[in-house]
Design a protein around this ligand. Sequence first.
Ligand code: UDP
Length: 321
Amino acid sequence: MKRVLITGAAGFLGSHLCDRFIKEGYHVIAMDNLITGDLANIEHLFPLENFEFHNHDVSNFVHVSGKLDYIMHFASPASPIDYLKIPIQTLKVGSLGIHNLLGLAKEKGARVLIASTSEVYGDPLVHPQTEDYFGNVNPIGPRGVYDEAKRFQEAITMAYHTYHNVETRIVRIFNTYGPRMRLNDGRVVPAFIGQALRGEDLTIFGDGSQTRSFCYVDDLIEGIYRLLHSDYIYPVNIGNPNEITISDFAEEIIKLTGTDQKVIYKDLPVNDPLQRQPNIDKAISLLDWTPKVGRAEGMKITYEYFKNLPKEELVKMPKEF
Ligand code: UDP
């Protein structure tokens, strides 16, 4: 049986990866320090024999006994309000964390896939973003702690590949949504749906002309699974190229939820990217992958998930660390 270590396993993407690898017949070693993750996302896997959970911060030395075939590094705060509150942990998990995991991979002969991000492109001057674009990141701005950690993570991963022959894969993940996002994580999908469910006005940051391209989580997981098993070592964008302004997106959420609330405008966060759309030519040609779930369908599933959460989830304040 193949054995995979998944870091950030109790988080949004990590928990979906756990499900996928379990479905494929793997033994899953799930690791999370639960700083932003939630055991509720993986508790359904606890009774399984081929699933184990370790409460551990991968920024500290990581030990796994027995053989290990794959390491998926998905541990990191991922929403702007989280990584602004815990900037040092964000930097550490993207640097010390991946260093520990690459060392483990070298020791075990495991293949490592790292979760990189469209944030490596910063506020992009090339649109749509292709993998060969070097990006436009402000290293000392508030988002720098996340963006630069992820950029360092790519650099050290390539270095371990080049100098230690570790097998590595790099996925650059664009905005992804779906069940198990934290309702209070501050990102636009849970923020708007949470506001609609609470009967609050929807907060648009800036004038709402900034764009994002939203990918449904199942599509993303499929792309990542294919990339892991491909032989391509350079970064690959995975995302849905269907781009929309945040204003239009707010209108879609108002229609979807049937709320009679309005939109209100707040300041645009510093260095908030003005446009974002993945060029997915590489994913198409190398992985034969394209997203299958449109925004209308994916948002409907996501809305149902949030609507059915226990009422107390709805009023939970953003997490304090
Ligand atoms: N945004 C917004 N209102 C909110 C939360 C976010 O208008 O209540 C905007 C945010 O400024 C950004 C976009 O929505 O332009 C996507 O934000 P998110 O935090 O989801 O992701 P990221 O900026 O990392 O793409």
